[in-house]
Design a protein around this ligand. Sequence first.
Ligand code: AKG
Length: 260
Amino acid sequence: MHDGIERYEADGFLVTGPVFPPQDIETIIRSVDALCERAARDSAMAEHCVFERDQPKEKRGGAEVREDDMSVFILGDLPRFCPELLPVILNAQLAGLVSELLGASGIVTHFANLTAKTAGIGSGISWHRDFPNKFISPVTPEMVRTMICLDGMSPENGATTFLRGSHKTPGIQASSIAENDADIAAAVCAPGGIVAIHPLVLHGGPPNTSSRPRRNIVIQWGRKGVPLATDNSESITGKTVEDLRAEFHGSGAPTMRDGF
Ligand SMILES: O=C(O)CCC(=O)C(=O)O
């Protein structure tokens, strides 16, 4: 992991090899697909979602989606709607990586969502920095977002793109990035890989023009004891890994498999 941490410090992001084996990824994909289908019918869940049809077509390179298309772009508070996914979020390698990145004696979760780019119509994401943000943001940039890439990422399926090193140059604005900037890099990875995003690095990504979906579980983590500057919360906000493990084991939720 140490190589990766050097890259994170230099570039503002890191990409790991597969952390989750193919059989685990298959199980997770089955769960998130079932959730997305439920979101299309369940109005309480739909309140936590952004649907592709709600996105401007410019984000999809002009591609139209039908009014009755219920493809999910973002599904918020993932563990609330699918507690059996908690062990995925609590994976020991993932939590270990986050602890190293935050250099912290304790880490807490802020939120977890599914960011899906549907085959052929999945929206692109504009250049932005994660800190500060209007949803759940600590008072200082002591946070990191991690993405578990269920399908892997490639330029064709809408891999997250980064402006390398931009976490060190706060003066660079999203609006001034040239399309051919030599520091733009796509986070290409295999299914089951993890991408960690520095809170101050500029990142975004193109639409999914491929014929396969691109699904990422995005988790924002913070340093324990650092207050939030925002009032929103999800079911896991402010909880430590230990809190969530205890909650999961006491919940009677069906386990996916040990080892996640
Ligand atoms: O899913 C992605 O490609 C990126 C998600 C993202 O930009 C974010 O959560 O800040």
